[in-house]
Design a protein. Structure first.
Length: 323
């Protein structure tokens, strides 16, 4: 008899419980949302503000972009890892977050346990460029030259542990070649030395080298994405021109704190995808060399796990450490 009474009460209460959950999802957001990202005036900051502008218009709430740069993204990540899992605090960052445990000691967060991926928002390949006097016109010719001149070629490593640097290390590992990394603190100095012939090649963001390729100061060999990209029409891939299976690039994911309800993750993903799918946002992103994506949470999570597995091995093999 007691069990029948409890069952009856459960059926009576169920509609109220469901209604409460639905109401919560329907009223979200009831206050401003903040997106924590990197330093102001950089590419991540620009992308975050473009998305924030579109989200604000769709959601009818302020979307605040908060810059927490430094320490390779660990400050920004720690901020969100400790935030309430209510959908009002998000992290927008790249692989520096999930590769941090391989690059530095005492990382104050777990990139898998402490975050819930919302969406892979944007991605950007790197472009393999060489000095015009280097006698190669394809990836296949570059690999052959590097093998013939073992350990003699050098490349500009713009910021240790960055996407362009890791693209070069992955290239070395897969091609079985030896090249010397010349480290630079900024892309400007690296490009100046590449143009001047002090270094011979570089993996760089398309936006940083497109104009130099156009006027002949650099020669572009291939793009690092798995398939051709509308960012660089007609540019062949590294995989198709000498190194099958190669792919790399910068990927930027929106995360919520772990424990954020699945209904909110789904709602946020839909809203980001809606903004990223607009023609205006696509055009603005293309102008700065990034491609909007708007993946599902599961796809973003899978990318993080895959990247940690593949690039973690490259980082360990090359002995890369950052401060």
């Amino acid at each position: 008899m007691k069990s029948r009474i409890l069952l009856s009460w459960a059926w009576i209460c169920l509609p109220a419980v469901l209604e409460t959950g639905m109401t919560y999802a329907q009223v979200f957001p009831a206050k401003p949302i903040r997106i924590v990202t990197a330093e102001p005036a950089g590419g991540l900051d620009l992308a975050a503000r473009l998305m924030a502008q579109g989200l604000a218009g769709n959601l009818g709430q302020q979307i605040l972009v908060e810059n927490r740069g430094g320490a390779g993204g660990t400050i920004a990540a720690q901020t969100i890892a400790k935030a309430p899992p209510d959908g009002y605090a998000l992290l927008f960052y790249g692989s520096a977050i999930w590769l941090a445990p391989f690059l530095r000691d005492n990382v104050p967060f777990d990139p898998v346990r402490d975050f819930a991926p919302v969406t892979l928002a944007v991605s950007s390949p790197n472009l393999l460029v060489v000095h015009p006097l280097l006698p190669v016109k394809s990836v296949r010719e570059l690999i052959a030259l590097a093998k013939a001149r073992h350990g003699e070629l050098n490349y500009a490593a713009n910021s240790m542990g960055s996407s362009p640097h890791l693209a070069a290390e992955l290239f070395k590992a897969m091609a079985g070649i030896s090249m010397i990394a010349v480290s630079y603190k900024g892309g400007g100095h690296a490009l100046n030395d590449l143009i001047g012939g002090q270094v011979q090649l570089m993996f760089a963001t398309p936006a940083s080298v497109a104009s130099l390729v156009k006027v002949g100061k650099l020669r572009a060999l291939a793009v690092t994405s798995a398939q051709s990209t509308p960012l660089l029409p007609g540019m062949p891939t590294v995989a198709a021109t000498g190194l099958p299976g190669y792919k790399s690039g910068a990927t930027y994911i929106v995360f919520a704190p772990a424990g954020t309800p699945a209904t909110l993750i789904s709602r946020l993903q839909q809203e980001f995808a809606r903004v990223l799918g607009t023609r205006e946002v696509k055009e603005k992103f293309f102008e700065v060399g990034v491609e909007p994506v708007g993946s599902s949470p599961d796809e973003a999570a899978a990318l993080v796990r895959s990247d940690m597995d593949s690039m973690g091995k490259v980082i360990k093999g090359a002995g890369i450490r950052t401060q």
